[in-house]
Design a binder for this molecule. Sequence first.
Ligand code: NI
Length: 164
Amino acid sequence: MMAPLAELAQQLARDVRDAVPRLEAVEAQGARPWAEGKWTRSQVLGHLIDSALNNYHRVIRAQSGEELRFPDYEQRHWVDAGGYADRSWSDLVQLWAQLNVQLAHAITRVPAEALPRPCLIGAGAPVTLEFIVRDYPRHLEHHLRQILEGEEAAGRKHPPFARP
Ligand code: NI
């Protein structure tokens, strides 16, 4: 039987692989903020790396017996502490791509019975693991458009329910 989220995972892996050459082509813009006083493109990509890291934890842990309660995710702290502004753009692109390929691989292995499992993140309302996984590519797509096409194309609004 095909895993319930296999299609989503395959699409995610395809989208990420397709984005790599486009990201590499904007290398010179890595140090430029996407808007005045905002994160640089390197930091936005770092934010997507943090998103992959955090969601990987959620996907793996939701399959085990432990309580699914995650600490609040402080995105600015993660980007600052990770020091992404100092990393080379091409290293960030490779890291982002490989983390997502692994995340997609893990998603294909999530059994159907784990999908309705409730997850609590910080003080937010509980959401299911399935919601988290289906929400993930929307958040990724939003920031990818910011990097590749600019803030206007992406729209100013962060996806409302995204669990970064
Ligand atoms: Ni975000």
